[in-house]
Design a protein around this ligand. Sequence first.
Ligand SMILES: [Mg+2]
Length: 122
Amino acid sequence: MSKQIYVVEDNRKNMELFIAVLETLPDLKLFTATKGKEGLELIKSGNPDIIILDIQLPDINGTEICKELREIERFRTTPIIAVSSLAMKGDKEMIMEAGFDHYISKPIMIKDFREFIQNLLK
Ligand SMILES: [Mg+2]
């Protein structure tokens, strides 16, 4: 059965990069949203194996999405990855406290990102 990855990212170039990389992985279904609320609804209505959330989004941010998902029983253990270019001291800690499993900083390193997702899918 194919795995499902959900990506919420408002930056077009980054989204294109995610899609380009993830499309090279076999048996994967990709679901995307560019806004926080839209992404949250998409995730809630779906069956994600991995969730990738940009932190800075136009409406609700990735940390809020993550917190809300973690309150729902079936999303308690779903891998949720934060992607952000926030670089202030304490930002990463604040993000991780929201319940993310991993943090990836922008710009995305294509090879590393691909390997990372591949390992998570195993
Ligand atoms: Mg953003």
